[in-house]
Design a protein around this ligand. Structure first.
Ligand SMILES: [Zn+2]
Length: 422
């Protein structure tokens, strides 16, 4: 057993309790107990527990990164100035330009950085899903992995050319099925699979209907991009005379399994449609802001849409993305108070757990839940004084302030060093 004591616990439980001078006991991969340091130290014998002081530290539920392409770390610092998204940009490497080995290395890099900054669970979607999943196992990071499925050739998208390649769609769909069969869908395992149709404009109706059929056999999350660009909306309108949301609905994919990333160009009626169907919106604050646009997440939240956060590409710094969600939301709202830090923290914890269908297992620090825990060192100049612990995290903290990370009860980051498991 491990006993993390003398820390502050931001539980994110139903009551949103924040517990001072507290201790949390980990047994195997679960949270066995929570209480005051005094109570826990007298309840559990000195010998049975590895006691670790968390004085000056704050414990959070593991941060969940609901939309990432880890091996797209290859385009860092370049693609940001070239277009709305690397997949739609000529002259940056695309997934199938990478070998399996290269994809593994870049996936390892992307996921290690994400974990270093406090992501304990990533929803990763890209080419080479199988080798990428090996990188996640090596690191010991919780992940749900999907193949990026599409039947439009990405090499023409940068020139706004939509070239359908049926064989490509079939090949990628088969790779996604192989992932589902190999990794399985039992969320008790650390790395599992889901479905990953890329976007409404890069998947033909025939392909989306096949994915819809698969959801009967595999009732898993479906991760996609939605209303990411005007180009996407224009294409879907021209070919199907529908909005992207209507098109997905027509293909039977608009439901509470769907995690739709971006949503930058959604109209009010489409937002309402998403709310009615229980679709989860994955906000990409940093990536979208860098492309000069931002989703109306405040409005969508108010409509009842569950909003979580993804880092997409970039440095996968989830704390920075929390702050980007806060500042971009306040600019959008012309507000100095909304969204507030608590709302933002919900997006990377309990909201995200719900989006991925795992709210009973993760997303909060509660007895019986899986031990996915982020420990942040608050004993630093820029986090002092601290009168609002969540305020300090979202307004002031840096990714490197994450000191230690536990995933499934195992220490995967220690004093800022990524340990890995393999
Ligand atoms: Zn994306």
């Amino acid at each position: 057993m491990i006993g993390l004591y003398d820390g502050m616990l931001v539980t994110m439980n139903e009551q949103r309790e924040i517990l001072k001078n507290s201790a949390l006991i980990i047994e195997n991969n679960r949270i066995l107990d929570i209480g005051t340091t005094g109570a826990m130290r007298s309840k559990y014998s000195e010998d049975a527990v590895e006691w670790i002081s968390c004085k000056g530290r704050v414990l959070f539920p593991g941060f969940i990164n609901s939309h990432i392409h880890t091996s797209q770390s290859i385009v860092r610092g370049v693609a940001e100035d070239m277009g709305r998204a690397p997949s739609y940009t000529s002259s940056v490497p695309q997934g199938d330009d990478l070998s399996d080995e290269e994809s593994y290395i870049f996936s390892l890099l992307g996921a290690a950085g994400a974990m270093r900054f406090g992501s304990t669970f990533i929803s990763d979607n890209y080419a080479h899903g199988m080798v990428n999943s090996k990188a996640f196992k090596t690191l010991g990071i919780r992940a749900v992995v999907s193949e990026r499925v599409h039947d439009m050739d990405f090499h023409g998208l940068g020139r706004k050319e939509y070239r359908k390649d049926e064989a490509l769609g079939e090949e990628l769909l088969n790779k996604n099925i192989e992932l589902l069969e190999t990794l399985g869908t039992d969320r008790n395992n650390l790395v599992t699979a889901c479905l990953g149709p890329h976007a409404p404009d890069t998947c033909s109706k025939e392909l989306l209907l096949k994915i819809r059929e698969l959801t009967d056999k595999y009732p898993v999350p479906i991760t996609t991009h939605l209303a990411q660009s005007q180009m996407e909306l224009d294409y879907v309108k021209a070919v199907y005379n529908r909005s992207s949301v209507e098109y997905l609905d027509e293909c039977g994919l608009l439901n509470d399994k769907l995690l739709a990333a971006h949503g930058v160009f959604l109209k009010d009626e489409d937002m309402k449609h998403l709310a009615d169907k229980g679709v989860h919106l994955i906000h990409i604050p940093e990536g979208n802001a860098k492309a000069g646009a931002i989703a109306a997440v405040g409005k969508m939240s108010a409509m009842g849409i569950n909003v979580a956060i993804g880092t997409d590409n970039g440095a996968a710094n989830i704390i920075e993305n929390m702050r980007m969600a806060l500042v971009s939301g306040r600019i959008y709202n012309h507000s100095i108070t909304e969204p507030n830090p608590e709302k933002i923290l919900e997006m990377v914890t309990i909201n995200a757990a719900k989006a991925l269908g795992m709210e009973k297992e993760i997303g909060s620090l509660e007895i019986g839940k899986k031990a996915d825990i982020v420990i942040v060192n608050y004993n630093q100049f820029h986090l002092t004084p601290c009168t609002n612990v969540i305020g300090n995290l979202v307004h002031l903290a840096l990714g490197n302030d994450v000191e230690t990370v536990y995933i499934d009860g195992k220490r995967t980051v220690e004093n800022g060093h990524v340990l890995g498991t393999g």
